[in-house]
Design a protein around this ligand. Structure first.
Ligand SMILES: *[C@@H]1O[C@H](CO)[C@@H](O)[C@H](O)[C@H]1NC(C)=O
Length: 365
């Protein structure tokens, strides 16, 4: 497996510089310049890329030492984006809003999934096996009004709360035909539920949490308020301000979906968007396309996101064939990825996307 991947990699190296140019969004000069830089070249022009980056994302640094440090991190991330591009040729990698952060800083501030590997052995209810023969070839809950606009978790490891509200927003829509944006801040402030099969793992605001424990919390608390009644602040320093009289959506039940991409699709179509855990290592440099890296650990599930749909044919410049993919709603604002969305290829549990899948139902009210 490793050796065939290596052979494939080397045979692709010669092709990759060509395809990078076509895969790159030509209207974005930063990205074109960065990804078309030859790997290993002197970082001539890195200064210019950094200025463009600062302007594009409104970056300001408090002093010169900080500025210089961030520039060095930026250069390392440009090299990393080029490595990711080689490992993940069906996506486009380059400069993102996170290009001045080290991998550790990125993990700490923008991820926040307290995952467990043997998720399926955790005594949670399992979703019934659904028929899969009549599944549509393409499906997208955004086309059916079940998905709220992209949100932004800011510099807080609260991804789990966005994945939770996203799934419940969809389930609530299915139950009521009403799309209501729900409060992550209530979960950040009030949900301290622990995973009974892993007592060290408790939902803890900006320090991470888990979607299934958040559903447990919502069952106990009675429900969740609207976003507008309990707005997001991006910190976990406040106290819990949950007001039961303002409950806008209630969990009826939830379950864990088996590691089977057809069952995932069937549950998505039947129950609405699915909460999933994912290894986010390629997401720091992701610009667009279908991410399908040759090597991505299925074990380090460190980010909670929402599958809102799937497609049968994505853009795959190198392999010259269509790739099936999942459409993933992220919580890093619209400036990240494809207007806030990520596409990851379907069918191989890439980056562990099949390993921690849950589905929720809402009470009709
Ligand atoms: C909720 O429970 C019902 C009845 O047991 C079950 O059929 C359904 O699949 C469950 N929904 C979810 C999302 O787990």
């Amino acid at each position: 497996m490793a050796s065939s991947a290596t052979v494939l990699l080397f045979s692709l190296l010669s092709l990759s510089s060509l395809s990078l140019i076509s895969a790159t969004q030509a209207e974005d000069p930063i990205i074109r310049q960065v990804t078309s830089d030859d790997a290993g070249n002197s970082l001539l022009g890195a200064e210019g890329h950094f200025s463009l980056f600062k302007r594009k994302f409104g970056k300001e640094y408090s002093n010169e030492a900080e500025h210089n440090y961030r520039f060095s991190v930026f250069k390392a991330n440009m090299a990393r984006a080029r490595r990711h591009q080689i490992l993940d040729p069906t996506a486009v990698h380059g400069v993102t809003q996170f290009s001045d952060l080290t991998e550790e800083e990125f993990q700490e501030r923008y991820l926040g999934l307290k995952g467990k590997l043997d998720f399926l052995k955790s005594n949670l209810p399992e979703a019934p096996i659904l028929p899969t023969n009549d599944l549509p070839a393409d499906f997208d809950w955004r086309d059916h009004g079940a998905v709220t606009p992209i949100k932004n978790q800011g510099s807080c490891g609260s991804c789990w709360s966005f994945s939770t509200t996203g799934a419940l927003e969809g389930a609530h829509f299915l139950a009521t035909r009403e799309l209501v944006s729900l409060s992550e801040q209530q979960l950040v402030d009030c949900d301290h539920e622990c995973d009974p099969s892993n007592p060290g793992a408790c939902d803890s605001g900006c320090n991470g949490g888990l979607m299934t424990t958040a559903y447990e919390y919502l069952l106990k608390a009675g429900g969740v308020e609207r976003e507008q009644d309990y707005p997001y602040t991006g910190t976990d320093r406040g106290t819990c301000k949950f007001d039961k009289s303002k409950i806008a959506a209630k969990v009826s039940n939830f379950s864990v979906v088996s590691i089977d991409e057809d069952q995932m699709a069937a549950n998505l179509v039947k129950n609405g968007p699915l909460s999933v855990g994912i290894n986010a290592v390629f997401m720091q440099t992701y610009i667009g396309g279908v991410s399908c890296p040759y090597i991505c650990s299925k074990r380090n599930l460190d980010h909670g996101v929402l599958i809102v749909g799937y497609g049968s044919a994505g853009y795959a410049p190198i392999r010259l064939k269509d790739k099936a993919y999942w459409i993933i709603k992220n919580s890093w604002g619209e400036t990240w990825g494809e207007k806030g969305y990520y596409k990851i290829c379907r069918g191989h549990n890439i980056c562990g996307v099949d390993s921690m899948v849950s589905t929720v139902a809402s009470i009709q009210s």
